[in-house]
Each structure stands twice: as structure tokens, then as C-alpha cells.
Design a protein. Sequence first.
Length: 201
Amino acid sequence: MSRGKMAVWALTGPAGAGKSAVSAILAKQGAAIVDGDRLGHELLKRPEIQAHIARDLGSGYISDGKVDRGALGARVFGDPAALNLLNTIMHGPLSALAAEKLDFLAAAGEHELAVFEAAVYFLLPSPPPVDLVVAVVASPEVRQQRLVDRSLDRVTAEDARRRIEAQAGMESHWARADEIVVNDGTLDELEARTLRLWPRQ
């Protein structure tokens, strides 16, 4: 919900749908972005998180104080039980860290809107309260191609397919959003759809 004069939105949706593109559009309008993926990377550096991963998923995913995200991702996106274990480890701390970042932005008083971008928003045990939940969605075919084209981790078509299949049961979560932005077209079309939401803040 609003923190003082700052409104807060959650931006969610499946991998490859275009959440980051919507975040970039909103950032150009002056919104502050709290990126759930970056928070996750930050959490993976914490010794206590690494210890939980080593205990519950295997010590082989930790080397020289770092988590092998590629290997871990390949495991969990092909193994629902392992994904649930990782979610159990990560989601509580992610909720707390996101709330901390949003509170910091509100206290700074520099932004009228902050956006928490997180595919897992509806899965968090205590998601930060927000004024508006926006889901960005796209067809599986479009998402798969985007994951391959835009990846910095050399995601193959098969890797992308597994990630999409791992999120197949979450459509009902994204349907709970206050606003749904369909992103099967061009960036210009996405920008127009996103900016229609801007007065909602």
C-alpha cells in the first residue's frame, strides 16, 4: 500500500513475458524499481542462504562461497520438488528484503511510485502490501523465444521450455492481478499499454 506519498505497485508475470521492459518504461516516467531477481542474487551471497541450499539441495551447488546459479536453475526448473525446496529457502528472506527496500525508498521521499518486480509475488509468504498488482503476460511461444534471444546465460530452447513448464501452474496467480498487460507485440505497443496505467498511481 502507499507508504506516505509514495504509491507502490507489484509487477509480476511469467519468465519472458516482459516484466523488465515494463519496469524500464515506468522507470523512464520516474518510478523507482525494486528488482526481485537482483534481490535474489543478493540473497544468494548470504552465508546462511548458501548453508540452507547446501543442506537441502546439495553442497555441489556452492563453490568458493558462490552459488552456481546455472546448475541450480537447471536442477530446480526440471524438478518441482527441488523448486519447492528452493522457494522455501528464498521466499521469506525475499519478502523481508523487498519490504526493507520499499521502506527505504518511502523514507527518502524522492519518488511518487515504486515498483516491486517479482514473478513470485503471489507465492511469497508475506508479500509487501501494494496499491496495484500488474501482471505482464505473453504466449508460451513468444516467451520461449525471448528467453533464448535475451539471455546472458546462454539459455537453450530446451532450457527455456523447462522454465516455462515450471511456471505452467501459476496462471491462476497472475489472473489475480488488478491489471493484466498482454505483451505479444512490439515494444511500442507495450509502452502504450503500460502508460495507460500511469494515472492509476
